[in-house]
Design a binder for this molecule. Structure first.
Ligand SMILES: [Ca+2]
Length: 80
């Protein structure tokens, strides 16, 4: 789940599948949470390109730091 504000506040974007283009949620996310048993990567560019931050199963990041308001795609890490 992605949140438009830090500390899991604001608008929410929820998905269980890869998202190559977040559309209206591009460059919005300020915090992320992973609620399943996969490791996910959150990327600064569409189609899983560019800088990324990795979040492990059941973990979260209350502030995306250098990727704050920069996330444009996300997917589970293949084979993990
Ligand atoms: Ca934001």
């Amino acid at each position: 789940m992605l949140y438009s504000e830090a500390n899991f506040q604001g608008r929410v974007f929820r998905t269980s599948a890869a998202v190559p283009d977040l559309g209206r949620f591009n460059n919005v996310a300020s915090s992320d949470r992973v609620n399943n048993n996969q490791t996910w990567r959150f990327y600064a560019q569409k189609n899983f390109q560019g800088d990324f931050v990795e979040i492990k199963p059941r973990q979260s990041l209350a502030n995306l730091g250098r990727l704050n308001n920069r996330i444009e795609s996300l997917r589970a890490v293949p084979g993990r």
